[in-house]
Design a protein around this ligand. Structure first.
Ligand code: PBG
Length: 330
């Protein structure tokens, strides 16, 4: 049989597969999300996220140093706040001496070269676990929430955060935060906007980690996070955040939303990040712990798919493990 075009020819040897490889993943594409908790010497397991722990600031600095040494450019920190500090008005969120603010200061002092991304949202600080303030009927108040988020972002910037990352999905928050940063001369503080954040059921383990799931109960976040059925709406959200001054935009969750990553990158050509969220982590860990899938291979395959879709960087709980793996192979 004469077949002129045999695509298998190029797949035949390792060297030619390497030469024609279109995308790559390296440690420099990874961001490691970390959970911080009050105290010293504390490393607390999170049941639904095996391998991930809540860390007190001293322990956080140790793992963050390893990230830096292995070449991970930045970490993202999320607090698990003590119950007695949670209030209806979330005022602990902008306490200049709060847990997050102290963690940022310590990280920037000890590891100045490591980028620090802070989460701007109220869910770790509210008694009801929602990302915003609520009225008597339980409706999320947009503009009142934006005022608190702006104070929170400014307080993170003052503590030394390199990037503030609003993950709340209120309208107009990126613009207000940008204005406040400019007015207070934080002209180099970057904004990573969680622009297309879906009302997803993949966030469950994260809510266990920051202690908001029991407070949230059966209530949902559907009045501010996006409907998983929509895609044009994501482009509109991204457009608004860019107009309001976002430096980077994010799509979240990851694997189930690769079409959104692709459309956003193609349309706007902005630094585009994706968040491989806690539920995605938990699924891979659960199946691989039973020996049903190969852990390292599945992790790397999921990461390359984000890059193929157009993501520049990936926030992933696998970042540290992957960095260790890649460094050991060099
Ligand atoms: C809330 C926030 C969430 C995540 C990051 N920031 C959860 C939520 O919106 O309920 C989820 C991250 C993950 O699942 O890994 N501000």
């Amino acid at each position: 049989m004469t077949i002129l075009n045999r695509p298998r020819r190029m797949r035949e040897s390792s060297f030619s597969r390497t030469l024609m490889r279109e995308n790559s993943i390296s440690v420099s594409n990874l961001i490691y999300p970390m959970f911080v908790i009050e105290g010293t010497g504390i490393r607390q397991d999170i049941e639904s996220m095996p391998g991930i722990q809540r860390l007190s600031i001293d322990e956080l600095v140790k793992d963050a140093s390893e990230c830096h040494q292995l070449g991970i450019p930045a970490i993202a920190i999320f607090p698990c706040i003590e119950k007695q500090l949670k209030t209806d008005d979330a005022s602990e969120a902008f306490n200049d001496d709060g847990l997050v603010q102290r963690a940022i200061k310590k990280l920037k002092k000890e590891i100045p070269g490591l980028g620090v991304i802070s989460d701007v949202a109220l869910d770790p600080f509210t008694l009801h676990g929602q990302d915003g303030l609520i009225d008597k009927k339980g409706n999320i108040l947009n503009d009142e929430t934006v005022s608190i988020l702006t104070k929170q972002a400014l307080s993170h910037a003052k503590a030394g955060a390199d990037i503030v990352a609003p993950s709340d999905m209120m309208d107009g928050r990126v613009g207000r935060i940008r204005k406040s940063l400019e007015e207070n001369k934080f002209i180099n503080t970057k904004i990573l906007a969680y622009s297309a954040k879906y009302a997803s059921s993949f966030y469950g383990p994260f809510r266990d980690a920051v202690g908001s799931s029991e407070l949230l109960g059966k209530s949902s976040k559907k009045t501010y996070q996006m409907d998983p059925a929509n895609s044009d709406e994501a482009l509109n959200e991204v457009k608004l955040d860019i107009q309001e001054g976002a430096d980077m935009v994010m799509i979240k969750p990851g694997i189930a939303y690769l079409d959104i990553v692709f459309r956003v990158k193609q349309t706007f050509n902005k630094p585009t990040f994706v968040y491989q969220v806690s539920g995605e982590y938990a699924m891979i860990m659960a199946a691989s712990s039973r020996g049903w899938i190969n852990q390292d291979d599945v992790i790397l395959e999921s990461l390359i798919s984000f890059r193929r879709a157009g993501a520049d960087a990936i926030i992933t709980y696998f970042a540290l493990e992957v960095a260790r793996l890649m460094n050991s192979k060099q």
